[in-house]
Design a binder for this molecule. Structure first.
Ligand code: FE2
Ligand code: FE2
Length: 221
């Protein structure tokens, strides 16, 4: 899960691809670009459809950074696999932010808290804009269903994430711990409900082609 190397922003797309092909399953790299790397990410999916997972660490406007991870096995894509991977990735960033905060290394804590915010807000955005719509369509469950509960929880989650970032900027360990506790009070169960109910139900309602297309939409959004 951890990132072992950072790729220079001026590296040509071909050189990036070559570098990524040298990596082993389970390894991660940080892709740094001066512009939105959407075309490069689309190319990754086209040339090696099952090899990578990726998600943003920084989303412009001056710099884009993506975590590109070589999947353990090139198995078929599913919502469950991709978004559970992203949950774990985000947990890891948050844990490191908290370690730095508790060690009063505030600059590092703030950098990681900003990465966490970019990643989690984007995760919520793709769930709401793409996944929940697909879920509602295939299951017919709308008002009063699980997506409504998830949307409400997202509001609380975002508030706590903002609080965590602000606390690292203000260098307040009390605020950091309070917002962290508030976040975990919602997020742990939220992620579990998604991983146990929402994601698998969506996966099961689609054939493998529709499922792969949906996951690629999530990845490239
Ligand atoms: Fe969610
Ligand atoms: Fe989620």
């Amino acid at each position: 899960m951890r990132i072992t190397e950072s790729l220079e922003p001026n590296l040509q797309d071909d050189a990036v691809l070559e570098k990524l092909l040298e990596m082993n399953p389970g390894e991660g790299i940080e892709l740094v670009r001066g512009e939105n790397p959407q075309p490069l990410l689309e190319r990754l999916l086209r040339e090696a459809p099952l090899r990578y997972d990726f998600a943003p660490l920084e989303a412009g406007p001056a710099r884009w950074r993506f975590h590109v991870h070589v999947r353990e096995e090139p198995v078929l894509r599913s919502v469950s696999r991709y978004l559970a991977w992203d949950h774990d990735r985000l947990d890891d960033i948050l844990n490191r932010a908290m370690e730095f905060g508790r060690g009063e290394q505030w600059e590092e804590a703030a950098t990681l808290a900003a990465e966490f915010r970019v990643g989690l807000f984007r995760h919520i955005e793709i769930e709401e804009a793409i996944l929940f719509k697909a879920f509602e369509e295939v299951t017919g469950m709308r008002e009063g269903g699980p997506t409504e509960v998830m949307r409400h929880e997202h509001v609380d989650i975002k508030e706590s994430v903002d609080g965590i970032l602000q606390a690292t900027v203000d260098r307040s360990l009390d605020d950091l711990e309070r917002n962290h506790a508030n976040l975990l009070g919602v997020l742990i169960e939220h992620n579990m409900k998604e991983e146990n109910i929402l994601y698998p139900l969506t996966d099961r309602s689609l054939d493998e082609f529709a499922r792969a297309r949906l996951v690629e939409d999530l990845m490239l959004h």
